[in-house]
Design a binder for this molecule. Structure first.
Ligand SMILES: N[C@@H](CCC(=O)N[C@@H](CS)C(=O)NCC(=O)O)C(=O)O
Length: 205
């Protein structure tokens, strides 16, 4: 059984999307990050960076004691390897998938998060930061669009953990002040994923 320490944010949704898509059994443990539950000692023991998502797998593939992990993309990689799903075994597609997975973890997620912060959370308007993260967000959507003009999925021929990691961040495109119509290949990819039954189950449980 997999316990998923969860809040319905882009990083949390990624893991639920994987577990539903791969049809793995799991149990949601809600962490209310607006109430500071991520600082609870029992949660910090699993996720010392005080962020969701995290997982505890009580039946890891090596048959040993439970495995706990934090960092959403490390969790996606673990689950893909455990299940044998959503990560190609073919050398090129596997590493291109991991490349886009790391791109999401190191670039797309953090930059869009700063964009969100300076547009919607910062107690005062900081025009330089608003402009910087808006331009960077547009640049990253451009990179994503060019990739999806060239390939149906981020990793290549197959839907994968790279798509699953990136999609929940695009869900908030309006909030990020990104008109999706300006990025037609992203829009097409976004709609293809949105209609997957696993996505429906996560968004409308
Ligand atoms: N790099 C981390 C980021 C996780 C993250 O930023 N989680 C946010 C919600 S989306 C969180 O738990 N924030 C609570 C806090 O920072 O105290 C990942 O990919 O898992």
């Amino acid at each position: 059984m997999i316990d998923l320490w969860y809040a319905p944010t882009p990083n949390g949704i990624k893991i639920a999307l994987f577990l539903e898509e791969a049809e793995m059994e799991y149990r949601i443990q809600r962490i209310n990050i607006s109430k500071g539950e991520q600082f609870r000692p029992d949660f910090l023991a699993i996720s010392p960076n005080n962020k969701i998502p995290a997982i505890t797998d009580s039946a890891p593939p090596d048959g040993g004691k439970p495995v706990s992990l934090f960092e959403s993309c490390a969790i996606l990689l673990y689950l893909a390897e455990k299940s044998g799903k959503l990560l190609s075994g073919e050398l090129r597609e596997r590493h291109v998938t991991l490349q886009w997975l790391f791109w999401q973890a190191a670039g797309f997620g953090p930059m869009l998060s700063q964009n969100h912060h300076f547009n919607h959370v910062a107690p005062q308007a900081v025009p330089y930061a608003i402009e910087r993260f808006q331009v960077e967000t547009q640049r990253l959507y451009g990179v994503l669009n060019r990739r999806l003009e060239a390939s149906p999925w981020l990793g290549g021929a197959h839907y994968s953990i790279a798509d699953i990691a990136t999609w929940p961040w695009v869900m908030n495109h309006a909030h990020q002040r990104i008109p999706l119509a300006d990025y037609p290949a992203v829009k097409n990819w976004f709609e293809r994923i949105r209609t997957r039954p696993a996505v429906e189950r996560v968004l409308h449980p």
